[in-house]
Unconditional design. Sequence first.
Lengths: 213, 379
Amino acid sequence: MRKKPLMHYVGNALMAFSFFILLFIYYPIIVIYLFPPRLPSNIHELSFAIEIPKIHVYAPIIPNVDPFNENQYRDVLHHGIALTKGTSIPGDSYLFAHSSDYPWDITRYNTIFFRLSELNNGDEILIAKAKEVFRYKVFDKKVIWPNDTHYLTNSINNNIDSSNLKNNKSNSPQVLPSSNEGEPRHNRGELILQTCWPLGTSLQRLLIFARVV
Amino acid sequence: MFKKTFYSTCLTLFLLLFTTTVARAEDVVLSVTGNGSDSQNQASSTTDSTTTVTQSNNAQINNNVSNSSDTGSNNTSGNTGSTSVATGDASNSTSIQNQNLNTNVANEGNCPSCATISETDIQNNGTLSTNTINNSTQNNTVVSQSNNAIINNNDTQNANTGNNSASSNNGSINMQTGSITSSDKIVNNNINQNIDPGNNNSGNNSVAIAISGNGENSVNTVNFSSVNNFMSTGVNNACIFNAKNESLNTGNNTASSNVGNVSIVSGNIIAESVIENNNINSSFLNTPSLPAPQKGGGTENNNPGAPGPASSSGSSGSSASSSSGGGGSSSGSTLGASTQILPATGSILTLLATIAALVIFFAGFLLRLRSGMSPPSVA
């Protein structure tokens, strides 16, 4: 019987090693597609969370996150989706979450917006806050460069303007006419979801725009 | 026993004398003068001082204000004929103000501990002598300021203009209430401020270098280095809870089972409520001005390469190399950093790791091919 050379075993070991690396990196992403998380039926009872039924996203929202403080938002994104400081729900809001992270640090929340690019116009986004559910419909999608911060700053400034307007008016809450579902609709605002694009890089940013319905 | 105590006290005082260091201004004078021919002379000095300013404030304030007013429990029952109840005018006014809480001002008076006066002289040395002075100064200033404030403001206002009940009356009843004016204000102003007026590390770093009167073919060198490092850190944490609870009504105004004229007129509640949070968590930082290097002190030979007066042929050279610099680094915790890019929510390392894994795979595949072993045949 012919003895197998050492190169044969080394080659096998390298191929096996590379296979395990790929499995290690992409296992959380494979799970997203093969075993998508079950969405809770009681989202309206949760304190502050987002649900995107189409891409099986369900995660808590962590408010008051400084988008320019990397140390802070990196820590927050391990536990959910960040709501930018200065924006609010209801009102103009800017949410961001990981589409990928360091290979050794990928968890469920670090790939939560991995499938965000699959959203199209008309797709539904639900946000529960204090036992009230706000329904949004996607109306636009954009890919921008990281230094294009005007969508973010517009969200913050619009909130400041609307809060000033509120303060100048009476103390009564601003309630707009009822929606189709019969729920009172507060303070109309735009929702922007942000993640990195292309997937697995931080080269550009993908923005999903949605509006309250 | 007494001797033992005496010796131990002396020893303690002796150790204290030598272990206690007092920060003070340094006055460094380095001089290489009057040395003979063919001599080699060197003088060195290294000064390293560190000033640390640590300021911390913690404050917890609980303000609970409760205001309640009513204009009686006006009850007239079982009356026949005209009854008139007129109340009104219940006024509440409260104000909670928290001002100038937790302020740190780091003022080190131009850094007295690191002020350095340096004087270096290479003068009147003989011919063919080599004279060197090394003078190195480093001043470090570390300012660390932190403030923690917890403020709870609870304001409760209750006002009503009577419970106004007139029941089972027959005939005209007239009730008139109204006029509650409520005004309350919660102001949190200048909470958690770190102020560093700067110039904390710009002490009197004056330098005088003199090279003169040295002999022919002498080599004279002054190496001067001055570094100022400045680091400032400001951390502010403020938890402010402003809670207002207002219950205002112009009477409960009940007139039941009456036959005849009933007229109830209420109205007029004016409520003004103000909550202001101004200047919460501020850091004001001025980076230090860097010390200006000076070169001088001599009358004729301050310029590098200039011949000394004692050298008639001009062949003796005096070279003075001096360097002075300052480094100012400051870091404060300021909301909204200057890096204006959208938050990074992806990592290129995922792609790189994928590429690396593929490269490893193909490397392994090539090794398999080159090993000459073909896969086992099925047949």
